[in-house]
Design a protein. Structure first.
Length: 486
């Protein structure tokens, strides 16, 4: 994919450390998932440069935290404005390196920028408390202060939004950051740094290093200077990072894997449920942590819903290159991801699942997997018990509300869940019974900057976005003042 930007200077291929663009003899190729062509070579950083970034963030921390909340708020707001001014260029870069269709890329840029706008305002709302005194000569005050240097590790599926969702509250709280974006999608992170610099955010406040996780990760987890690590990615990697951070007792926030159920009760509005499922399951070709993984359909409407879903996919979804305006679904990130999806589907078919749509390797390119629907799925099959991360809808049936809840909760993770019903009593019963951090009720799109995003069980800890999103970047300090004259 040829990148034709209105502002070519936005395309950065060097690391950003202490306000400087740092090159390297070692590089990483950034590959367009559609064509397989290299679109850029980005400077590869290692342990030494990561340590330099940590030191730069540490040096900038005292000056950044000393700024008033209003000053930090204005700089964040200016950053937001610049991102929105260059929305189309950022979307073009995102589609080129990640593969998602342009309409979704534009949506991600706006979605990610909204976190900066939101936390620009929250910076001015970090409130403390006064607490009733234990005796007449004492007063108790609690204040909130920034944690310090924060390490941010982000994935390739939302390379812009996952970074802003972490950087924005950190900076709003008064922290500085060292960020490691996914090696597959570094350009979206580097352009954000360029615009932050143009907005006037001081050197050292934001640092971006691209490179091998095995080289950069241990420096971030072992450093006593880094006081918090925030990660979005797989549960397996998240567990390793938490264990590594325990050596220095860092604060951590983990947004990890999911296995989202999408429950369709007998009384559901089926056309509305189809709309919600298309959005939840096939957005970004199934490559989101809150994507529907299992579709639980009441047995009385199972056949009807299945036919409506297949009809909707055939009529409305189009697989192809992300730059094509007629396309709704792009490629998977790489051939490894494609092969993983294919393996899960093939093994589930061996165990009794039926391919109702798709299922064969697509001839559009090496990274494409067809839009697929599987029926006769059970909760023990690989496509149901593992996170598929691809455009595969696995359809299961149930007979009672209790059975649906049992199937939905039968997993070690708990990020997002969805259900459709018109029974207000069931809304409360099921909503409270589902063991998930985020619940969509008669709604398939649930993420926004105003709501807390995060999971329970092995889907992680902490919340991003909303008024709660500042908490993990702040420490509470209790001050007891004695000797008060009466």
């Amino acid at each position: 994919m040829d990148l034709k930007l209105s502002d070519p200077s936005l395309l950065k291929t060097s690391a950003y450390i202490d306000g400087q663009w740092i090159s390297s003899d070692k590089t990483l190729d950034v590959i367009d998932p559609h064509s397989g062509r290299c679109i850029a070579q980005v400077a590869k950083m290692g342990a030494e440069q990561t340590q330099q970034a940590i030191e730069a963030a540490e040096a900038a921390f005292e000056l950044w935290r000393a700024k008033t909340a209003k000053e930090r708020s204005k700089l964040l707001r200016d950053w937001f404005n610049l991102i929105m001014q260059h929305e189309e260029d950022l979307a073009q870069i995102l589609t080129a390196e990640q593969g998602k269709v342009l309409v979704e890329a534009r949506g991600e840029i706006a979605y990610g920028a909204n976190y900066i706008e939101w936390f620009a305002e929250e910076a001015k709302r970090v409130y403390g408390d006064t607490i009733p005194e234990p005796s007449a000569d004492k007063r108790i005050v609690c204040i909130k202060q920034p944690v310090g240097v924060v390490a941010c590790i982000t994935p390739w599926n939302f390379p812009s939004a996952m970074l802003t969702r972490k950087i924005a509250p950190a900076l709003a709280a008064g922290c500085t950051v060292v960020c490691k974006p996914a090696s597959e999608t570094p350009l979206s992170a580097l352009v954000l740094a360029e615009l932050a610099e143009r907005a006037g955010i001081p050197a050292g406040v934001i640092n971006i290093v691209v490179g091998s996780s095995s080289e950069i990760g241990p420096v971030l987890t072992d450093s006593p200077t880094v006081r918090k690590l925030t990660f979005t990615g797989s549960t397996e990697v998240g567990k390793k990072l938490v264990a590594a951070c325990a050596k220095t007792l860092k604060k951590t926030s983990m947004e990890l894997g999911g296995n989202a159920p999408f429950i369709v009760f007998a009384d559901a509005n089926l056309p509305s449920a189809i709309e919600g499922l298309l959005a939840s399951k096939y957005r970004n070709s199934g490559q989101t942590c809150v994507c529907t993984n299992r579709v639980l359909i009441h047995q009385s409407v199972y056949d009807e819903f299945t036919q409506l879903l297949i009809k909707a996919i055939k009529e409305r979804l189009v697989l192809g290159p992300g730059k094509d305006s007629k396309v709704t679904n792009g490629p998977l990130i790489n051939t490894k991801a494609r092969d993983s999806v294919a393996a899960l589907v093939n093994e589930s078919v061996k165990q009794g699942a039926t391919i109702a749509l798709g299922g064969d390797t697509d001839n559009l390119g090496d990274c494409f997997y067809p839009l697929t629907v599987l029926t006769d799925v059970t909760n023990e099959m690989p496509v149901a018990c593992e996170e598929v991360f691809g455009p595969v809808a696995s359809l299961l049936s149930f007979s009672t509300e209790e059975e649906a809840i049992q199937i939905a909760n039968d997993t070690n993770v708990g990020l997002a869940a969805y259900f459709y019903t018109r029974d207000i009593g069931r809304v409360w019963r099921v909503g409270e019974a589902l063991e998930y951090g985020i619940i969509g009720i008669n709604e398939g799109i649930i993420s926004n900057e105003m709501a807390p995003f995060g999971g329970v069980k092995e889907s992680g800890s902490g919340r991003e976005g909303s008024k709660y999103g500042m908490d993990d970047y702040l420490e509470i300090k209790y001050m007891c003042m004695g000797g008060i004259d009466q």
